[in-house]
Design a binder for this molecule. Structure first.
Ligand code: DGL
Length: 262
């Protein structure tokens, strides 16, 4: 049975994988992390635009998936169109859940917390114009939260003050005091959901796109029969080493028992 390939720069896409697995626990999954290229959020559009389609091409050739999910906002907002053009399988992307936030916000002031690369993308301008035209959309980029999520999954204790500091960066923008809904526009950030909620100085709703992606995947594969044998979960990294070894327990908790290097 063909697997679903999920792709991110690191462990962030596991927040998407978890929702996909909830909907279709019967499908085999390959989780690919480009840890040799990590982090994406501080890279240029040119670097991401060249790297991601080429790498996904190699992964599709190797694992022959039924579909590819770019479980990364940075890669999707920069390279989704070129990945689709380069691959001969359906591609589902991850883009900031601004539509969902606009549906929920009462104050009509929305925060978008993503990587530095994501928050500057014209793709985000278009989402804000199309789905949140009557809202003030405040964007903030954080590389530190990405690092903290990676460290958490390697077993480190998360520094609550550091999380609070990153959130304060968003809330401290002019008008930031009126934000009631925060889009977690980086797939790493839902992995810090508890820490973000604890760090919030007042009640904030955090939203992300993972449920929507899982719905889309299930819809596209609705004709695919359930596997008769328990599905495999495989994690593949672009570079091996001690940092990957340290992730093994977390990967196991997400159902990924085979770990290999591309
Ligand atoms: N998880 C990625 C995202 O959704 C990016 C993290 C990074 O490599 O900076 O944007």
């Amino acid at each position: 049975m063909k697997p679903i390939l999920l792709f991110d720069s690191g462990v962030g896409g596991l927040s998407v994988l978890a929702r996909v697995r909830e909907r279709r626990p019967d499908l085999p999954l390959v989780y690919a992390a480009d840890n040799a290229g990590f982090p994406y959020g501080t890279k240029s559009e040119g670097e991401i635009g060249a790297r991601v389609p080429a790498l996904l091409g190699r992964l599709v050739e190797r694992y022959r998936p039924a579909m590819a999910v770019i479980a990364c906002n940075t890669a999707s907002t920069i390279a989704l169109a070129s990945v689709r053009a380069a691959l001969d399988v359906p591609v589902v992307g991850t883009v900031p859940a601004i539509k969902l936030a606009a549906e929920r916000s009462v104050s009509r002031v929305i925060g978008v917390l993503g990587t530095e690369a994501t928050v500057r993308q014209p793709y985000v301008d278009r989402l804000a114009a199309e789905f949140a035209a009557d809202c003030t959309v405040i964007r903030h980029g954080s590389a530190r939260l990405v690092e903290l999520a990676e460290a958490k999954l390697r077993g480190a204790t998360v520094d609550g003050a550091a999380v609070a500091g990153e959130l304060a960066g968003l809330l401290g923008h002019p008008d930031g005091g009126r934000i009631d809904t925060v889009v977690l526009a980086c797939t790493h950030f839902p992995l810090l959901a508890d820490e973000l909620a604890a760090a919030a100085p007042r009640p904030l709703a955090f939203v992300d796109g993972a449920q929507g992606i899982a719905r889309r995947v299930a819809y596209l594969l609705s004709d695919t029969a359930a596997a008769s044998v328990p599905p495999q979960g495989r994690a593949v990294f672009t570079r091996g080493g001690a940092a990957v070894d340290a992730l093994a327990p977390a990967l196991h908790s997400f159902g990924l028992d085979t770990i290999e290097t591309l």
